[in-house]
Design a protein around this ligand. Sequence first.
Ligand SMILES: NC(=O)c1ccc[n+]([C@@H]2O[C@H](COP(=O)([O-])OP(=O)(O)OC[C@H]3O[C@@H](n4cnc5c(N)ncnc54)[C@H](OP(=O)(O)O)[C@@H]3O)[C@@H](O)[C@H]2O)c1
Length: 278
Amino acid sequence: MKILITGSKGQLGSELVDLLSKENEVHGFGHKELDITDKNRVINTVSKIVPDIVIHCAAFVDADGCESNIKTAFDVNTVGSGNVAIASKKTKSIMVYISTDYVFDGKKTSPYLESDIPNPINIYGISKYGGELIVKNLLNKFFIVRTSWLYGKGGKNFVNIILRLVRDKKELKVVNDQVGSPTYVPDLAKAISALISTNYYGIYHITNSGECSWYEFAKKILEYVKIKNVKVTPISTEELNRPAPRPKYSVLRNFNLEKKKIYKMRNWELALKDFFKK
Ligand SMILES: NC(=O)c1ccc[n+]([C@@H]2O[C@H](COP(=O)([O-])OP(=O)(O)OC[C@H]3O[C@@H](n4cnc5c(N)ncnc54)[C@H](OP(=O)(O)O)[C@@H]3O)[C@@H](O)[C@H]2O)c1
């Protein structure tokens, strides 16, 4: 297959380029090569390649940054995704739109299903949900993949931040009242690879299974890297006082992925252990 990937220098984009290049013709575009807010560039680039599949990973992902840069959040996450959808429609390409657990408000107490109605509570979530709506309304052949709490070898993610902080801190204060599912980027990339080999279009939740709070996640990281001399103290979201409100519970259930027997995601603790082993 011919596959075009936006945001190809990001955590997920770069992993997908590596994985999918083994068996496909992959054209990756980083931010500098293709700014998705430039509609004409997006249309010209996609039209030149005419890919079978467009995997749209580019996004403005900093939830706090989105609160203070509302225009950029909507320009990139909503309008920019719309540009990618318009281009995909012109070339009749299948589009994969990567979305987020933050489209939900976090009021549920059991894992969110694909059939649950989004109700985002911060600018990042609203702008990403805007992208979902455009993709869903404009295209017939699309996959919307909602995922959460990504980490992998590169990039600014929770695992790398914790590992950096423990170098010179003896205590970490970590939020204990937000619960989600940490997701290992290579696992997600494999599931996306399996998904795009089907024609079961629609909305999918794809995360590692199981759930934890950020505090529990931090404790597990330190346990696996065998750091015993750093104290981890649980705090509330209120105490941390970040600009973007966060859903208290954003666990996603991989219902459609499992029902259609496309791919089975392993437990987040197994994936984390594997990450450190590698
Ligand atoms: N990270 C998470 O925990 C998480 C959770 C749920 C869902 N997601 C979704 O998963 C997808 C991949 O996230 P990720 O973790 O791989 O994020 P990432 O590492 O930040 O990658 C996103 C990439 O998009 C690029 N980008 C930003 N604005 C752009 C623009 N206007 N045009 C083109 N490229 C642009 C960024 O480039 P610069 O850095 O140069 O700006 C970056 O390389 C995103 O759709 C995100 O919403 C992520």
